[in-house]
Design a binder for this molecule. Structure first.
Ligand code: Y12
Ligand code: CO
Length: 167
């Protein structure tokens, strides 16, 4: 089932999400629906708070080449344990349609997380996957990519966002 994606400036996008404690059918259905919603919107990442569920979980699939097989990843209760280097990437967000900006983030990250069954996992990511993981993790702390810009660029981008949302 496709879910409604909250759009800027919905105040719920600023909330801090709670850790997941139950790894049952309700979580599995939410993760399935989030993946369906992300693919339908041609996104590469979607966090639970973007669909009004304030829990620490997100899905990503950065396999963006046309015809390539899907490579869905589900991260629950992610925790970044290492980060190094720098990457600048032009980011967009399904909650901020029509706006993209270059954001600087860590180029390589190590993340500990749980899968949908609560089993502990760990991954090391670079490049686009590292960007996606950091962007989605920010949503769990109520942070939109615009918050990662310098104050001047943030102000200009906020204007673009307001124009795009016809506010
Ligand atoms: C790299 C950069 C950003 C992420 C986070 C996940 N972001 C998305 O999945 C964005 C999807 C998306 C963006 C769009 O373009 C704009 O908003 C300008 C778009 O097109 C329109 O909204 C018109 C559709 C989907 C991960 C990795
Ligand atoms: Co986003």
């Amino acid at each position: 089932m496709q879910l409604e994606i909250l759009k800027y400036p919905d105040p719920r996008l600023k909330e801090i999400s709670k850790p997941v404690e139950e790894f049952g059918p309700k979580l599995h259905k939410l993760l399935d629906d989030m993946a369906e919603t992300m693919y339908a919107a041609n996104g590469v990442g979607l966090a639970a708070p973007q669909v009004a569920e304030t829990i620490r979980a997100f899905v990503v699939d950065v396999e963006i080449e046309e015809g390539a097989p899907r490579k869905l990843m589900e991260l629950v209760n992610p925790r970044f344990t290492q980060g190094e280097g720098k990457i600048v990437y032009e980011e967009g967000c399904l909650s901020v349609p029509g706006v993209t900006e270059e954001v600087t983030r860590k180029g390589k990250v190590k993340v500990e997380y749980q899968d949908r069954f609560g089993v502990k996992q760990e991954l090391i990511a670079e490049g686009l996957l590292a960007v996606a993981l950091q962007h989605e993790n920010d949503h769990l702390d109520g942070i939109l990519f615009v918050e990662r810009l310098s104050p001047i660029r943030r102000r200009l981008t906020r204007k673009k966002m307001e124009k795009a949302m016809a506010l």
